[in-house]
Write a protein that binds this ligand. Structure first.
Ligand code: NAD
Length: 247
């Protein structure tokens, strides 16, 4: 579905990002995964190469909060692979702080990564995509972007902003043949969720109509669809992949 396409996935070293990298590789894309540290990037690349040594996958760890570092990384990718067709803005952190204890610097930290870096990466990628005649920008939102959550308000606030960026950029960039969409995962079995005790997980599962938490591959499948030409007339969409959960 992505034969010959060149993709960047931020936060591609584990969880949803790593599953998306793998899905894109299985579907013929060349992928550059971004991580925050060299050792985790190397570990992800080793895991993928172990699975298939032929996969065209590379890794980088630019500071995605720094516009200059991102522009340089994307220019290097364009130079090496000849294009940048797909960007998946997936890197993100969450929060559980209660409002009364929430430090302003922690609120800022989450906005810096979950929102500012999406803006910075989208801007740098769009410049290249416009010049080459089009592309696809995908963002990772969350179920909490619809309902909020009862603690850690910086996290839902950041994901509401991701939805706003998604819808606005879709409208702004359509004329340049750049589609912009988001996937809004529900509770998904990444490291964070796997660490939760059964006593927390089971009551949670009981509230999900499909009766299970999401797997990273469920989310990767949605990214694959949106990245592919199967979604050629889909833009500005926030696609929920949450088993119809509402909490
Ligand atoms: P994860 O913690 O397993 O992975 C997060 C990724 O982000 C890692 O690759 C990490 O290297 C990267 N990252 C973290 N801080 C970074 C920084 N400062 N700079 C660059 N990269 C950084 O998380 P995940 O569960 O796979 O989450 C991926 C995305 O999915 C996030 O945007 C998250 O908000 C969203 N999401 C997750 C769930 C869930 O239940 N797991 C639900 C809804 C949305």
């Amino acid at each position: 579905m992505l034969k010959g396409k060149v993709a960047v996935v931020t936060g591609g070293t584990r969880g949803i990002g790593l599953a998306t990298v793998k899905k894109f590789l299985e579907n013929g894309a060349k992928v550059v995964l971004f991580g925050s540290r060299e050792d985790t990037v190397k570990k992800a690349l080793d895991t993928l190469k172990e699975e298939n040594p032929e996969w065209p996958v590379d890794g980088m760890c630019p500071d995605i909060g720094d516009a200059k570092a991102v522009a340089e990384a994307f220019a290097e990718i364009k130079e090496k692979y000849g294009a940048l067709d797909i960007l998946v803005n997936n890197a993100g952190i969450s929060a559980r702080d209660k409002l009364y204890d929430y430090k302003a610097e922690d609120f800022e930290k989450i906005i810096r990564l979950n929102v500012n870096s999406v803006f910075i990466c989208a801007q740098a990628a769009a410049k290249i995509m416009k010049e080459q005649g089009g592309g696809v920008i995908l963002n990772t939102s969350s179920m909490v972007s619809l309902y909020g959550q009862p603690a850690g308000c910086g996290y839902p606030a950041s994901k509401f902003a991701v939805n706003g960026l998604t819808k606005s950029l879709a409208r702004e960039l359509g004329k340049d043949n750049i589609r912009v969409n988001a996937v809004a995962p529900g509770v998904t079995r990444t490291d964070m969720v796997a660490a939760l005790p059964d006593a927390v997980i089971q009551p949670l599962i009981a509230t999900i109509p499909l009766g299970r938490v999401g797997e990273p591959e469920d989310i990767a499948n949605a990214f694959l669809f949106l990245a592919s030409d199967m979604a050629s007339y889909v833009t500005g969409e926030i696609l929920s992949v949450d088993g119809a959960a509402m909490t």
